[in-house]
Write a protein that binds this ligand. Structure first.
Ligand code: GLP
Length: 243
């Protein structure tokens, strides 16, 4: 696992974007694995800037997102589909038909989970995956538990995650309690993984992840230790407790 410590959020975002820009230039029909949350927003902004300068072409790019809330359709401002359109897709020349986000309103969710993994495989697999990390060590919505899902699955969110997500909703009642999420196995299939963490709130979980050399379902991000090409980019605040 490669660890890069950057001064602040902006330099973390630039560093991550540089990696993505290089990969997209190398392979114009790349398959991107994308994440939501506040952390990757700066990276997406950098990609948009590069596109606006005429230096980046998304016309052949495909993308798959990690997760979606159950019960919200793509027009809901808190859905992850809406987030992706708003923070990235609406500002670049990607064909929206080539952007995939799990559906939170699929009639048969179990079947949709299987189909989603199949679609990723049939597209050729994710070339590069960006990840954030929850304060409890979750990646996508793989919450700490006795066991973790291999493939895409339906998840009951923990109280901690519901609380953390509530900042985006008008009131706590509205925060979805369930989500559909790529599993740990689906994530580990990506050829390259870039995990981002910024701010003091992430310092404890980054210390747990980088300060130890064990894998546990209680810290889902620890499964990244099994992957051969992971880059973790943190800012100084998130790295703070390791000094
Ligand atoms: C949500 C998302 C994760 C994300 C996490 C951290 O739970 N499902 O993919 O990594 O939040 O969010 P943030 O980047 O806002 O701290």
């Amino acid at each position: 696992m490669k660890v890069l410590v950057e001064k602040d959020y902006d330099s973390m975002s630039r560093r991550a974007a540089e990696i993505f820009i290089e990969e997209i230039r190398k392979k114009p029909d790349i398959i991107l694995g994308l994440a939501t949350g506040s952390t990757p927003i700066g990276t997406y902004k950098e990609l948009i800037n590069e596109y606006n300068k005429g230096n980046l072409d998304f016309s052949k790019v495909k993308s798959f997102n990690l997760d979606e809330y159950i019960g919200l359709d793509g027009s809901h401002p808190n859905s992850y589909r809406y987030f992706m359109d708003d923070n990235l897709f609406n500002h670049i020349n990607i064909d929206k038909n080539n952007t995939f986000v799990p559906s939170g309103i699929a009639e048969d969710l179990e079947n949709h989970c299987k189909e989603y993994d199949k679609m990723i495989d049939e597209a050729g697999g994710i070339d590069i995956q960006v990840l954030g990390i929850g304060e409890n060590g979750h990646i996508a919505f793989n919450e700490p538990d006795e066991k973790l899902s291999n493939g895409t699955f339906v998840v009951n969110l923990t109280e901690e995650t519901i609380m953390a997500n509530s900042r985006f909703f008008d009131n706590n009642e509205e925060v979805p309690k369930k989500a559909i999420s790529m599993g740990i196995g689906s994530i580990l299939k990506a050829k390259k993984i870039v995990l981002l963490a910024s701010g003091r709130k992430k310092a404890n979980v980054i210390k747990e992840l980088l300060g130890n050399d064990f894998i546990t379902t209680k810290l889902p991000a620890s499964f990244l230790l099994l992957h051969q090409d992971v880059t973790i980019i943190v800012d100084e605040e998130a790295y703070g407790k390791l000094d």
